[in-house]
Every structure is written in structure tokens, then in C-alpha cells.
Design a protein around this ligand. Structure first.
Ligand code: ATP
Ligand code: MG
Length: 391
């Protein structure tokens, strides 16, 4: 086994009120999935610390660390050296392992945790003795217990003494899948993939539905959505995606309903189909990238009329978020450049010149009733794709 491991801590908030065991098991599974492509690893959980041990001779720890930083539910993570129980050996190993960090620092402190109560030294003793040793080894250092440049941590547990320095921030949030299952309405735009990302961060497993209208929308537009789903899946885990053929329905709306209500009726029909699919796949909410006032279909009136078509809760995590702030997240999760590729989305097909910005529900329902929705939505042949981050 390789001498360095990666340790991860779960936030305590995470464990409150939730089934801790189930949560930790799901997190372990998500960690294993994220580490595909990082060689042979052993992932385990010991007293709310997650361990990744590397079974190859020359593992790529940078790659593993980067992957783990994208896993929700991890508060912080750190590389650690698996040191010896023998105190003299451990002191030498610690000085050697922390040398690069110590050389860059002026102040330090030692932090010790002893899960193994049989270990001959108690935590305060470990801190004192190790502190003294490091002061001798690195004469330029002084101790600062309040704001040290480097915290040298020694964790005594499971037969080893793990040595590490300052941990790094993890992705935070709750492990994806611990909060249930949601159906994301995924367009080719900027907002919806980011909406899937933030809801996965709150613990949802994400499936997705996309509406396409060939030949008005192109094969490249579909490819773009697949790329977005794949980029999102790096964070959410594998995503099941259903693609709904929407051309006939859109044509029927165009030919049957008042032009200025086209968009709101189309969005209602999308939402109805999404809810039906969600129920079939055991998802219990819909997620969209809508933001109040962003476009004509996202005024309060339009959203009220759209929402009424849903029989599941509709989560709109960005309803009160500025576009720029959504763009900032899109850039950090690397979906932005794909989202701005200029291919048609079905929402921009047949858009009326003057959509009603404040539609009234009664009028919308009256117009919608002219459609034979049962027949139009009865035998839709959905295309299914399982989108995995590693394919
Ligand atoms: P986005 O940037 O996410 O595309 P948008 O600003 O372009 O959003 P709209 O086109 O009005 O806004 O879409 C609002 C929401 O409706 C999207 O965030 C998405 O959740 C859903 N949506 C739009 N088009 C589609 C589509 N073709 N398939 C599935 N969902 C869609
Ligand atoms: Mg869009």
C-alpha cells in the first residue's frame, strides 16, 4: 500500500437529523465513483473520517485529490502520511513529511488526535513533544497557537499515526442521492446545468429530461446537451437522460393556440410531460433553471401559469439569482463555454414576436383546452441515454 493516503472529513451539520449510516454509505459509493480512473484504491470509513488508500506503486494523488474536491458532502480533505506508532520513528517521519510546508512558514502549531486510547502518549503530550522536536528541526519556526501558518496534525488511529498539514476545503453540501431524486429540465442554456449542480449539492440524485424539435433543432444541439449533461455529471454522478421528441406538439400549439400564448402553453406542456416522466422514474420533484424576470417566459405571471401545470414541486434554485452569479458558477463547473455555443433550443423555435408577458391563467387554460393533449403526448418515443463522467 502506498505511504500517502487522503483523509476526508464530513461536516457535523451533515450528520444531524439524517440517517448517518445511510449517508456515509452513499458518500463512500460516490467517492468510489469519483475515483474511477485513479487506479486501484481502497475507500473506507472510520469514525466519520473517510480514507482513500492507494494500492498501486505510483498513484496519481493530484488527480485523486482533484476528483475528491468535486464530491458533495466532504467538508475538507487532506493528504496524509501513514506514519509509525513508534514515537521516535514518528518524530523523524513528521519532520521529513512537513519539511516542504515548514520551509515556507514562519509559525506553526501541532494538533493531535488520539482515537486509539491505548497509545502511550496522550494528545497534549504528543503536541508538546512533537512541537519541541519540530522547533529543533526547523529553527526559523516559532509556535503560534492562534494563527499559525502551518498546523501539523497527528492522528493516532487504526494502528497508524497519520501526519498531515493544513487541510483544503472540500465541495461541501450533502452527498448526492441522500436527499431523494429530482428530474432536471435540461436545456442547452447556461442556467439549467448549473441548477442541476446546485440541487445535487443539496443532496438530490439528478436525472434529466430534454425536449428537442428536429428538424428545427439540430443534431449538434442535441450533442451540446449531452456534453452539458456529461460535464454536470462530473459533480452529480452518472445522469439518466431522456430526450423527448417535441416537434409535433410544438407545431400543434402553433397551429391551434393564440400566438401570444404560445410560449407559456409550450412550457406548461413540457412541465406536464416532465412530471409524468418523473413519476415513472420515481423522481419526486422537477428542477429548472428559471430566474425571475430573465426572459418573457419567466415573469411572475408566466411562472404562475406554468407552475399550475405541475403536479410535483418545481424547484427553481435560481429564481432570485442574477444571471452573472449563475454564469460565475457555470464557469467554475466548466459548462459555460459549451452553453454559449449558438445552437437552436426548442424554446426558441416558433417564438412569438410579442409574447404575453403577463398571461392570465383562465385565458391560458382556455387556449390549451383546444389541444388534444392526450393524443399528442400518448405514444411519445423517448430516447434514453445514460450519461457518465468517465465515458
Ligand atoms: P437556460 O439557460 O437554462 O436554457 P433560459 O434562460 O434559456 O434557461 P428558458 O429557455 O426560458 O430560459 O428556459 C427556462 C428553463 O426551462 C430552463 O432553465 C430549463 O430548465 C427549461 N428548459 C428550457 N428549454 C428546455 C428544453 N429544450 N428541454 C428541457 N428543459 C428546457
Ligand atoms: Mg434555454
Amino acid at each position: 500500500m502506498y505511504e500517502e493516503v487522503i483523509l476526508m472529513k464530513l461536516g457535523e451539520v451533515v450528520l444531524k437529523g439524517l440517517n448517518r449510516r445511510k449517508l456515509e454509505d452513499l458518500l463512500l459509493k460516490n467517492i468510489r465513483t469519483a475515483l474511477r480512473g485513479c487506479g486501484n484504491v481502497n475507500v473506507r470509513n472510520s469514525q466519520s473520517t473517510m480514507f482513500v488508500e492507494f494500492l498501486d506503486d505510483e498513484p496519481d494523488l493530484d488527480l485523486a485529490e482533484a476528483a475528491l474536491k468535486r464530491v458533495f458532502g466532504i467538508m475538507n480533505l487532506v493528504r496524509a502520511y501513514r506514519g509509525d506508532y513508534d514515537w521516535e520513528t514518528l518524530k523523524a517521519q513528521t519532520a521529513e513529511y512537513v519539511a516542504p510546508a515548514s520551509n515556507r512558514a514562519k509559525t506553526f502549531k501541532v494538533d493531535a488526535r488520539r482515537s486509539d486510547k491505548k497509545y502511550p502518549l496522550a494528545s497534549p503530550q504528543i503536541c508538546m513533544d512533537m512541537g519541541e522536536h519540530l522547533l529543533n528541526e526547523f529553527p526559523h519556526l516559532t509556535v503560534d497557537v492562534h494563527h499559525p501558518d502551518v498546523v501539523v496534525s497527528i492522528e493516532i488511529r487504526d494502528g497508524f499515526a497519520y501526519i498531515h498539514t493544513n487541510p483544503e476545503k472540500g465541495a461541501g453540501g450533502l452527498p448526492a442521492g441522500t436527499g431523494g431524486h429530482g428530474m432536471l429540465m435540461l436545456s442547452g442554456g447556461i442556467d439549467s446545468p448549473v441548477a442541476g449542480y446546485v440541487m445535487a449539492k443539496r443532496g438530490l440524485k439528478i436525472s434529466a429530461v430534454h425536449f428537442e424539435s428536429p428538424p428545427y433543432t439540430s443534431e449538434r444541439a442535441k450533442e451540446k446537451v449531452l456534453t452539458l449533461a456529461k460535464k454536470m455529471s462530473v459533480y452529480t454522478g452518472p445522469v439518466e437522460l431522456w430526450i423527448v421528441p417535441f416537434t409535433e406538439i410544438q407545431e400543434a400549439i402553433r397551429d391551434t393556440c393564440k400566438e401570444d400564448l404560445f410560449t407559456v402553453i409550450m412550457r406548461r406542456v413540457m412541465l406536464k410531460i416532465a412530471c409524468k416522466l418523473a413519476r415513472e422514474k420515481d423522481a419526486r420533484c422537477i428542477i429548472t433553471g428559471e430566474s425571475l424576470g430573465q426572459v418573457a417566459s419567466q415573469t411572475l405571471g408566466a411562472i404562475q401559469c406554468t407552475d399550475q401545470a405541475a403536479d410535483l414541486p418545481v424547484f427553481r434554485p435560481f429564481i432570485g439569482t442574477d444571471k452573472q452569479d449563475i454564469v460565475d458558477i457555470a464557469r467554475t463547473i466548466d459548462t459555460f463555454e459549451t452553453s454559449i455555443l449558438p445552437y437552436e433550443d426548442c424554446c426558441t423555435v416558433f417564438t412569438p414576436k410579442h409574447p404575453k408577458t403577463n398571461p392570465h391563467l383562465e385565458e391560458v387554460l382556455e387556449e390549451e383546452a383546444k389541444l388534444d393533449l392526450d393524443t399528442l403526448t400518448k405514444d411519445l418515443h423517448l430516447e434514453f441515454v445514460k450519461v457518465k463522467p468517465w465515458d
